[in-house]
Design a protein around this ligand. Structure first.
Ligand SMILES: *Cc1c(COP(=O)(O)O)cnc(C)c1O
Length: 372
């Protein structure tokens, strides 16, 4: 692309559901010098991001920050919240992973399968929970808010209200890895017990940090449980948090990036950020439908952060991605059984309308060439 006689190359853009592009200023924040994690400087950094994270999770309770990817918190939440039985709702690859983590922690896991293009809804939860309660108490349910593998978002507020009504002691554990930061999740108002997420998706940070809001009810449960381990023991994390630090060495460079990105998120405002994600999802759905594609996710439950386009036109997803790679862009193929049968366009993190317009133009070019 020639602009004023100077070769101006547009920046790389990842339209894959994580990792997402990180703003240069946020990348640059990581080069700040090291500080000790028992120093006043770290305590004030940690207190600052803790306040901002609570505001973003809309909680007066707490948010733990760990040096790990989000999957670690699947395991942590099970170890801290479940002694007896737990129901894992499975409607995609990541909810299946949480079930496998539950089994791996040697818990009594009741797996409830839902079709991979459909949401976990309150009636589905009510039916499964009532059936399980007939055999005794259920410690927790696990639900993935936004199934990145299928582009389906489930109504967590309705699910939590249903669980509370049927079984007040059952904890509601939510994976919001690909939705948190892209859509509103008011932790306290919805009565949630764990909401876990990763840094590298809608929060648009480098990978390596994971966050979870945790309710007082979970801490009370954890105090009665054995086998919580050490690194992810919520009571350990809580004790350190009281002193505005972490039990073990934190990922300090990533914490600087986190601090910078949280400032940006609040400058944009969370409400504007959520509206931007909804708008980009709408643009993407319109692009797909306008070209004769179908949407793979059930209507009414389509994700605001990633669109799963059914490949009913039978295009070559690999060849499309090769075309996009020449322009420094990338989308995702369908996940697992959806490979080549669908493709996913993520519109999360710092994606803008201009980014989407550039992607759609490149895809239009490819389709025009491919179909003659
Ligand atoms: C990406 C993703 C995960 C896994 O997160 P990691 O940070 O890679 O461990 C879990 N759940 C969902 C919904 C995801 O999108």
């Amino acid at each position: 692309m020639l602009r004023d006689g100077v070769e101006a190359k547009p920046p790389q853009r990842l339209f894959i559901p994580g990792p997402t592009d990180v703003l240069p200023a946020v990348m640059a924040a990581q080069v700040a010098p090291m500080i000790g994690h028992r120093s006043d400087a770290f305590e004030s950094l940690f207190a600052k991001v803790q306040g901002q994270l609570r505001a973003l999770f809309e909680t007066d309770q707490r948010v733990y920050v760990v040096a790990a990817s989000g999957s670690a918190l699947h395991e942590a939440s099970i170890r801290n919240a479940v002694g007896g039985r737990v129901i894992n709702f499975v409607n995609g690859a990541f909810s299946l992973r949480w079930h496998e983590a539950t089994v791996g922690c040697d818990k009594e896991a009741i797996r409830v399968d839902v079709a991979w293009n459909r949401a976990v809804t309150a009636p589905i939860v009510a039916e499964a929970l009532a059936a399980a309660l007939a055999d005794g108490p259920v410690d927790a349910v696990t639900v993935v808010h936004n199934e990145t593998s299928t582009g389906v978002i489930s109504p967590i507020d309705e699910i939590a209200a249903t669980v509370r009504r049927l079984s007040p002691e059952t904890l509601v554990l939510v994976d919001a890895v690909s939705s948190f930061g892209g859509t509103r999740i008011p932790f306290d108002a919805w009565g949630l017990d764990v909401v876990l997420t990763s840094s590298q998706k809608a929060l648009a940070l480098p990978p390596g940090l994971a966050f979870c809001a945790v309710s007082d009810r979970v801490l009370a449960r954890a105090a009665q449980l054995k086998g919580r381990g050490w690194y992810f023991d919520f009571l350990n994390l809580e004790k350190a948090l009281q002193k505005s630090t972490t039990p073990s060495t934190p990922a300090i460079s990533l914490m600087w990036a986190l601090s910078a990105q949280l400032d940006r998120i609040f400058a944009e405002t969370p409400a504007a950020r959520y509206a931007r994600h909804a708008y980009l999802a709408d643009l993407t759905q319109r692009w797909a439908l306008g070209h004769g594609f179908e949407l793979a996710a059930e209507e009414g439950y389509r994700s605001p952060t990633v669109t799963n386009v059914a490949n009913n036109l039978g295009i070559q997803v690999g060849a499309l991605n090769k075309h996009l790679a020449r322009l420094d862009m990338e989308i995702s193929n369908g996940y697992g059984v959806f490979k080549d049968k669908a493709f996913r366009i993520a519109h999360m993190g710092e994606a803008t309308e201009a980014d989407m317009v550039r992607l759609f133009a490149a895809m239009d070019d490819y389709l025009a060439g491919a179909t003659g």
